[in-house]
Design a protein around this ligand. Structure first.
Ligand SMILES: NC(=O)c1ccc[n+]([C@@H]2O[C@H](COP(=O)([O-])OP(=O)(O)OC[C@H]3O[C@@H](n4cnc5c(N)ncnc54)[C@H](O)[C@@H]3O)[C@@H](O)[C@H]2O)c1
Length: 395
């Protein structure tokens, strides 16, 4: 058994999530970084790669150059999969080129710039035997998996209400726009139809669907650019209808002063309810009107297999965001190993968000923006690109 070889696009010095990906990828000792195009500038890419102890020959000036050069290397030297951690507008061209060259892809979200690109990517994936994963980080938490399990086993009964919140405060003022991370997120050409919904609302929507096992079928949305001069939203509230008729509320905001990465999920059934918060990720509350509220702690007592295998330390030793990220890597690598053993990519159903989640995520963003621009109250959740918001047509 050899380590699985990873390449990275983006994630150079000064970038945010690339470094998090590397920590997560290395956590279980199964992956090695062998190459990268870490920046759009070749010199910066090389400096970043050298600081990660890569040879200069494997630090590239562009993803095109990297895929071409890696393909020419012997099979047991070239990268097996590429991680995409660039701004959103580059996700689609990079993922498409990687898959067409024969490399598996693990992309950060949102999957693409537009829904139409996500649908095009789906079609590329269907024509190639390559794996595609999307890092919806929060799926990786043990107690998120336990909550999903409890719901799938009927412990909550019929789901009647969902409330999901993701609030942050880091874009609350004009001053906050100066950071590298803010500048492209507020630019529709690089970010897409939405800032807040594309950045964090899409995580919240994915979490609802992942944990509940239900789909969003209709929505009513109200987006705001709270800070003057912004083209894109920095705050939004979305009412949801789910596939079993349950109602929900999704709140995402980047202007809530003092809020950290305040992701919270409450799902109410007609028998019991669950509550989970990223700020206290190793606790899951199970509640009802008649029984004592149960505090489920990660690793204590019986947990489902998916939750148990998402833990690395005995209970009480804090595990969090980095480990949740690492769990997505662990499952993606298991998928690659199974693929190497001869399994066809379509048959592999490991616990990794894939192209279906990618398409639904992009549809969520564009449906929400369209709904917010309309006077009609409820909008059927559409996977059709005709809902693409007017504001995106020029891009
Ligand atoms: N899953 C999560 O929890 C999570 C969290 C944060 C960010 N993200 C996503 O990760 C992506 C990156 O976000 P970030 O905050 O790290 O952004 P960032 O601006 O900090 O980093 C982007 C990196 O991409 C590089 N880059 C830009 N153009 C490039 C090109 N043509 N070739 C190679 N590299 C290029 C930049 O030099 C930089 O190193 C975004 O899509 C964002 O939505 C996901």
């Amino acid at each position: 058994m050899k380590k699985v070889r990873m390449g990275m696009i983006g994630g150079g010095q000064g970038a945010f999530i690339g470094a998090v990906h590397r920590i997560a990828a290395f956590m279980d000792g199964e992956i090695e970084l062998v190459c990268g195009a870490f920046s759009s500038d070749k010199t910066r890419s090389i400096t970043s790669g050298l600081s990660l102890y890569l040879p200069e020959s494997r630090c590239y000036g562009s993803y095109e150059e990297m895929f071409k050069a890696e393909k020419l290397l012997p099979k047991d030297e070239r990268m097996a999969f590429v991680v995409i951690v660039t701004p959103n507008h580059l996700h689609f061209p990079i993922a498409k080129a990687a898959i067409e060259t024969g490399f598996h892809v693990l992309s950060d979200k949102p999957a693409t710039l537009t829904l139409s690109e996500a649908l095009a990517l789906k079609s590329v994936i269907e024509q190639h035997d390559c794996l595609y994963g999307l890092t919806h980080t929060y799926n990786g938490y043990p107690l998120v998996k336990q909550a999903k399990h409890l719901i799938s086993q009927g412990n909550l009964g019929n789901i009647v209400k969902v409330v999901v919140e993701y609030s942050q405060g880091w874009l609350a003022s004009k001053e906050d726009e100066k950071s590298k991370q803010a500048s492209w997120r507020l630019d529709p050409k690089k970010s897409g139809a939405s800032c807040c919904m594309g950045d964090i609302g899409v995580h919240a929507a994915n979490l609802v669907e992942y944990v509940s096992g239900l789909h969003i079928t209709d929505l009513c949305a109200d987006l705001t650019s709270t800070v003057a001069g912004r083209t894109l939203d920095d705050d939004g509230t979305v009412m949801l209808k789910l596939s079993n008729g349950a109602k929900g509320v999704l709140l995402a905001s980047q202007v809530c002063l003092g809020d950290e990465n305040n992701l919270k999920l409450r799902i109410y059934g007609d028998k019991k309810s669950i509550e989970w918060s990223q700020l206290e990720p190793n606790t899951l509350w199970l509640k009802s009107n008649t029984e004592t509220t149960l505090q489920i702690r990660a690793g204590v007592g019986e947990m489902c297999d998916a939750a148990q295998s998402a833990m690395r330390t005995p209970p009480g030793h804090p595990e969090g965001y980095l480990e949740a990220f690492a769990n997505i890597y662990q499952n993606f690598v298991a998928q690659i190993r199974a693929h190497n053993e001869g399994e066809k990519s379509d048959n592999l159903t490991f616990d990794v968000p894939g192209i279906e989640a990618a398409v639904r995520g992009m549809a969520f963003i564009e449906n929400v923006v369209s709904a917010s621009q309309s006077e009609t109250k409820w909008h059927a959740f559409s996977l059709n690109t005709e809902i693409t918001p007017k504001s995106m047509e020029q891009h």
